[in-house]
Every structure is written in structure tokens, then in C-alpha cells.
Design a protein around this ligand. Structure first.
Ligand SMILES: Cc1cc2nc3c(=O)[nH]c(=O)nc-3n(C[C@H](O)[C@H](O)[C@H](O)COP(=O)(O)OP(=O)(O)OC[C@H]3O[C@@H](n4cnc5c(N)ncnc54)[C@H](O)[C@@H]3O)c2cc1C
Length: 388
């Protein structure tokens, strides 16, 4: 497919969750790949850090996502086998929702919506009695009034490790990955795309823009003007007995309150990670950007999260915060992804798995985008994420 005078068949810009996956799958498909990242991925400045990500085969966000997460699980298992790295922990997962969802809230009745999607697709997912869940997992203080859904096939993916493994595999397969290099501009013409990096120009047949929360810098405004960047905080609190919060013993829990800013995600602790219970909230009220965002987490924020949101839900966790980090969401108004060709050229693809639920699909999305670059089409259907 390539013009031999080009530096590459494909240049991937941004090597986080999406770019690492795309570079890996493209190199595996035999494309000549160059990847650029302004940082040293995996790093803690964008959307892909804090050790773990929730994955669920029953994706309540919509049936269009089901093939991607299922394929991603397969690929992570293959990568584990090929590299010896542990990437996916099958913990099971609990969705806890208020019975009276407020109409228009982001997570409205998520356990029931997920149940419907799971049933249609034959994915195991049950609605459980809160008292029975409390007996199995006494640290989870789920009131009787709540609705609880359980997926046994859900789990946690190791985020930075998955990026590192895919970048290492991409390199092994011949990709040239240049980290610490910011791309300043991308210009296409009839026969290729020029990528400008610190005064040098690299030419490729095609370009994938996977710049995460920096999406507005290089992608066309018509595809990105609806995307907002928001600051999210992740905390690790010391547990009285960490073994009780391990991935061997505990499912993850998404606690969906009536107000979206009272959401809490609870992540059991995989071996070899920060020795505490990882928890996070969500907020969409404050919009920011990767340059100006406040990256420090104040003691007031930590104390407020612990007292107001964690203590009523989980026992056995101390107020001692071992670590806290800021991570960035890139959100569309309807929470769905943006994966499409540039409106002015077929040679540039923009991919942003927005809205805090992209990681679980990332390696299959990277595979599909690499297929589109190589052949013009993909095994899995990317059209639900098109912008037009
Ligand atoms: C707190 C938090 C919790 C989450 N929880 C979950 C979860 O449980 N389950 C789930 O499925 N998803 C979850 N997500 C969402 C998921 O992590 C993201 O969808 C995914 O990581 C986005 O990856 P990305 O590749 O788009 O962005 P990033 O990983 O940020 O990668 C973008 C890369 O582009 C590089 N870059 C940017 N501009 C340039 C440039 N001009 N030149 C060169 N390089 C550039 C950056 O340095 C960066 O490395 C969560 C996200 C956050 C923030």
C-alpha cells in the first residue's frame, strides 16, 4: 500500500491507550509504523494512568460496544501468553444504583439497562439481593433499597502495563516509536501526510491522531468542538487488612448515586500495585485542559472524599491517603466515542475513546483502526463512532 518514498505507511500521534494499541496492531499487520508521543508513555499526565481500569463484557453504554470489549479481552489474554505479563484480572463487578434514578442523569438506572443488554447478548449478569451481597462482601455497605447488578466475567485491566506491553511489542515488530517528541502540525495533500516535529518533517500515507485530552490541538474543530476535558481524582486509601481488598477476594464496584458527582468507583488491589484501596469519583462541572489543570490534590479534597463519599459505602478503610493523582477525561455530550476520518482527508483518522469508559475497548479499537488503515475496512464495526 505504501509509497516507498514515504517514511512510513502510518504515523501514530499519541501513544497512550489508543495509540499504543494502534501502533501495535498496525506493526503486527506488517505496516511500516512511526509513533510519536510528546511524553514518555505510559505516563501520568493524560487519561491512561492510576494502575487499573474497570472492564465489563456487559456494557450498559450500548450494544455497539460489546464486540470491542470482548475482542479486547481476547487480545489481552494473547498478550499475557506471549509476554508473560499479567494484564487482566477477572474479579467480577458490581453495579449499584439508586432505585429512583433522576431522569437525565448520566447513569440513569444503569444496572437494569446493563441487564437488558447482557440478556440480549447472552452475557452472564444477575440482579442481586443487597443483603446477599453484603454477606459475601461485608466491606461493601450496600443499603437494602439499592439495586445491585453483578457480572462474574467483569474485571480489571492493568492500564500502564497494557500500554507498555503493546509499545514493546510494536517495537519488536519493527515500529519506530519516538517518545519525548511533540508533533506541532499535520498537513495532508493528494499523496500523503506531513507530520511536523521540531522543525523536521515526516511523511506517511496515513496518520492516526490519538492524542487523548490534547485532542483539540491537532484534530479539526468540527470533530472536537463538543469534546470537553475534565479533571478527575483517584485516591488510594490504606486498608486495615489489604488482603480483604485484593483482586482475589473482592469484585470492583461502581456506586451510582442520584447525583453524578456522587459516583464512586472502587477498585480491588491487584498484586504488586499501590498497597491501598483505589477509589475515585467523577465530576463534569469543571472543564479544563491538560496545560492549566490543577494536578495537585489537596488534603481538603482527600478528607472530603473519604468522609462524604467513602465512609458511608465501605468499611475497613482508614483516612490515611497513600497516593492521589489527577487524571483527565475527554467527554462528548452523549458520552460516546469519536472515531472517524478527518472531514477533509481520508488520510487522517481521529480516535478518541471519550468519556471515561474507553480503556476496556482500547486494544480492539486499535486493531480495528489499524485494519482500516491497512485495508480500508475493519472486522468490527466502527460506524457507531463516526461523527457524520
Ligand atoms: C480517572 C479515570 C478513570 C477511568 N476509568 C476507566 C475504566 O474504569 N474503564 C474504562 O474502560 N475506561 C476508563 N477510563 C477511560 C480511559 O482510561 C480512556 O478512555 C483512555 O485511557 C484514553 O486513552 P487515550 O489514548 O485517548 O489518551 P491518553 O492515554 O492520554 O494518550 C494521549 C497521548 O497523546 C500524547 N500527545 C498528545 N498530544 C501530542 C502531540 N501533539 N504530539 C505527540 N504526542 C501527543 C500524550 O502525551 C498522550 O501520551 C478512565 C479515565 C480516567 C481519567
Amino acid at each position: 500500500m505504501s509509497s516507498t518514498d514515504h517514511d512510513a505507511d502510518l504515523i501514530v500521534i499519541g501513544l497512550g491507550a489508543m495509540g499504543a494499541a494502534t501502533a501495535y496492531h498496525a506493526a503486527k499487520a506488517g505496516l511500516r509504523v512511526i509513533g510519536f508521543d510528546q511524553n514518555e508513555p505510559p505516563h501520568n499526565l493524560g487519561s491512561t494512568h492510576a494502575e487499573t481500569r474497570i472492564t465489563r463484557l456487559a456494557v450498559g453504554e450500548g450494544p455497539q460496544y460489546l464486540p470491542f470489549v470482548a475482542r479486547s479481552h481476547d487480545i489481552w489474554r494473547q498478550l499475557e501468553e506471549a509476554t508473560g505479563e499479567s494484564l487482566l484480572h477477572q474479579t467480577g463487578g458490581l453495579l449499584v444504583t439508586e432505585p429512583q434514578a433522576i431522569e437525565g442523569q448520566r447513569w440513569e438506572d444503569f444496572a437494569f439497562v446493563t441487564k437488558g443488554i447482557a440478556d440480549d447478548a447472552g452475557i452472564p449478569f444477575s440482579i442481586e439481593d443487597p443483603a446477599a451481597v453484603r454477606r459475601r462482601h461485608p466491606h461493601y455497605q450496600i443499603p437494602d433499597r439499592m439495586r445491585v447488578g453483578f457480572e462474574p466475567t467483569a474485571g480489571l485491566v492493568m492500564a500502564e502495563r497494557a500500554v507498555a506491553v503493546q509499545l514493546a511489542e510494536a517495537r519488536r515488530l519493527g515500529a519506530e516509536l519516538r517518545t519525548g517528541h511533540r508533533v506541532d502540525a499535520v498537513n495532508s495533500d493528494g499523496s500523503g501526510v506531513d507530520v511536523m516535529v521540531a522543525g523536521s518533517s515526516f511523511r506517511a500515507d496515513q496518520v492516526v491522531l490519538s492524542t487523548g485530552p490534547w485532542i483539540h490541538d491537532l484534530a479539526p474543530r468540527s470533530m472536537t468542538d463538543q469534546i470537553t476535558i475534565s479533571r478527575q481524582v483517584v485516591y488510594w486509601f490504606e486498608a486495615e487488612d489489604l488482603d480483604e481488598f485484593s483482586t482475589e477476594r473482592l469484585p470492583w464496584l461502581m456506586w451510582i448515586a442520584q447525583l453524578e458527582e456522587e459516583y464512586v468507583g472502587i477498585f480491588p488491589s491487584p498484586p504488586g500495585t499501590t498497597p491501598g484501596l483505589k477509589v475515585l469519583g467523577e465530576q463534569f462541572l469543571e472543564v479544563t485542559n491538560p496545560t492549566d489543570v490543577e494536578r495537585e490534590v489537596s488534603q481538603d479534597e482527600i478528607d472530603d472524599f473519604y468522609e462524604r463519599l467513602l465512609v458511608p459505602k465501605v468499611s475497613g478503610v482508614t483516612p490515611n491517603c497513600l497516593r492521589a493523582e489527577v487524571c483527565l477525561y475527554a467527554n462528548t455530550p452523549d458520552d460516546h466515542f469519536v472515531i472517524d476520518r478527518h472531514p477533509e482527508t481520508e488520510r487522517i483518522m481521529v480516535m478518541s475513546p471519550c468519556s471515561g469508559h474507553g480503556f476496556k475497548h482500547s486494544t480492539a479499537l486499535g486493531e480495528a483502526v489499524a485494519q482500516v488503515v491497512a485495508t480500508g475496512d475493519s472486522d468490527l464495526d466502527l460506524s457507531p463512532f463516526a461523527t457524520r
